[in-house]
Design a protein around this ligand. Structure first.
Ligand code: ATP
Length: 133
């Protein structure tokens, strides 16, 4: 299998940089698998997992929304946050989930429903990825 360079960048770190066989992300139009020599593109990402295949082995991480850019030279993912399973604080994600669920259930006046829904999706995604340790 031919490799290509992948970088995953967040505001506070270079989360991943290396040669990979493929990378699979959740684009706004569905799952997107990138292999070497894929046609160039830029597309927004949804909250979800990124799957990185190296030497036939899969590494999974939690991603927030962001963008993927595929070019001839390399593929770059830019995201507000990224965590490996072992980095995820389960208690924190459970608390974020409870907070968001409470807001969505009680709907206090002035609640930004979209914001609460996104917070809930981030928390559920982290809890899901944390199980993949
Ligand atoms: P919270 O309400 O707990 O802050 P959030 O979804 O609003 O959750 P984000 O804004 O997505 O948090 O992330 C802010 C920073 O905190 C990022 O660097 C992210 O990687 C980190 N982070 C958020 N939740 C967790 C978690 N459960 N475990 C580890 N890191 C986390």
């Amino acid at each position: 299998m031919t490799n290509f360079p992948l970088e995953i960048v967040t505001p506070d770190r270079m989360f991943f940089s290396g040669e990979v066989e493929s990378v699979i992300v959740r684009g706004v139009d569905g799952d997107l698998a990138v292999l070497k020599n894929r046609a160039p593109l830029v597309t927004p990402l949804k909250i979800g997992k990124v799957r990185i295949i190296i030497d036939g082995k899969e590494k999974v991480a939690a991603l927030c929304s962001g963008y993927i850019k595929v070019s001839k030279e390399k593929t770059t993912i830019i995201s507000d946050s990224a965590e490996w399973p072992e980095e995820i604080d389960i208690k924190r994600a459970e608390e974020a989930k409870k907070r968001a669920e409470k807001r969505l259930k009680e709907k206090p006046s002035g609640i930004d429903t979209k914001r609460a829904e996104l917070a809930l999706r981030r928390a559920l995604n982290r809890l899901d990825v944390a199980k993949m340790k």
